[in-house]
Design a protein around this ligand. Sequence first.
Ligand code: NAD
Length: 501
Amino acid sequence: MTTIDGVAVYQHLIDGRERAAADGRTFEVRNPANGAWVARVAEGSAADVALAVGAAAAAFADGRWSRLPGRERYRILNRVADLLEAALPELATLESTCVGRPLRELRAQLGRLPEFYRYFAALARTYEDAVLPFEGPYHAYARRVPLGVVGQLTPWNHPLLILTKKLAPALAAGNTVVVKPSEYTPLTTLELARIAGEAGLPDGVLNVVTGFGAEAGAALCSDKRVRKLDLTGGTETGRVVAKLAGENLIRVTAELGGKAPVVVLPGADLDRAAAGATFAAFVASGQTCVAGTRVLVHEDDAGALLARMVTRARAIRVGDPLDPATQLGPLVSARQLERTERYVALGREEGATVACGGYRPGGALAGGFFYEPTIFADVRPSMRIAQDEIFGPVTCVLTYRNLDQAVQIANGIEFGLAASVWTSDAAAGMRFADRLECGIVWINDHHRIDPSLPWGGMKDSGMGRETGIDGYREYTQTKSTIVNLEEPVDWYATTEVVRLS
Ligand code: NAD
């Protein structure tokens, strides 16, 4: 990495080498807490993507990774986990500087990442293929083999976590990868790729092209040599990517938007539910796909829950993300801040009441993209603030009269990613969870993840699953082999009807 006028310059990483953009363009990455420049980064075009896909295709074809025995991939991925673990303090600071998330949150989140490499390394070593009950004198088996070159498009909200959820299974399964990280937060992706190289990942197996979605991202989606695209992003981006991929019959996994309900069942402990609902809504300043932004509470409990949530939201310490005491940082960009302000104004116009927040803090925070934690009361399910993904620190409290109505409100939305249910009766919680149309439901918790958990949405929240054994399988395809154990049939030597299947 070089510097110009004291600002770091990051290049693409292609075939194990740093490379400037073919046409020399760069773009800037800024710190959302104060608007200061963090780095200049190579701006990728179709030419850079073609080079990276070419490197990944060559690496796949010669088997330097795809044909390594599982135990070798296991060894190298464990080494990636070890080096990543050692680098986490610097990575957390760099990620906080680009995303604006409090260091405290990032330390907690990034501390989990090495587990993902170790979990999928173990799968590479232990995954058992199937011998099939194929009728007749045959031995038939189906093996899982890698897909080839896979393209990964990642968002800015959890750059390293989401990359890791895709990368660990992709590499464990033997694929080669081209990543196009978000234009807001490409730095830690480049750092991780460098660490993977140090750990012994062969050149060309993991390539990173930085740049914008409409140019570098679209070029990756249109390259016929790519066998799978794995996107985490907005629902509209999902439609664009799936359309481009469809032209070339490239398979797509898409983790898209969400608007998770936080359902407080009658009889739930309201202190616990209020703590859970505020955490679900405001962690990462509400910029998570599973943000709990629709709190559904029985009408008899609504006042008591709202009062508890407001007290907690007002106590959240908003400030410099690098200060270990900070609990809520800025939004990632001016665009996200404007979007949040627009939706709060819309909520007011729609007749909802701002119970707390609803403004940008001033003073020392005025130069960053900060917004106070905001809770809307008097919200109807049809309001735009209760239907659209805002992706800011804004949540809505809605009331229900009975559980059927609660189910109807929870499911009455185009998204179906996640939900949480708060209850003092686990069986009632599970019965309610069964009725929700979404891919992930927590009971008495929110936001918890694990490498073993299949992750993904229903309806407009996406298709396919990330992580878990399902996620590993999605980075493979089956290859069936049928071995005849007897004399082969000589079909044209006889007129007899021989059974072929
Ligand atoms: P985004 O859709 O703007 O971008 C995601 C990635 O796609 C970026 O790398 C971007 O450059 C690229 N991209 C954008 N347009 C493209 C195009 N036309 N062709 C190819 N690539 C393109 O999303 P974002 O703003 O970075 O992230 C926020 C969104 O991600 C939210 O909607 C959030 O809900 C969603 N998200 C979903 C999950 C999940 O697990 N379901 C997790 C995190 C974030």
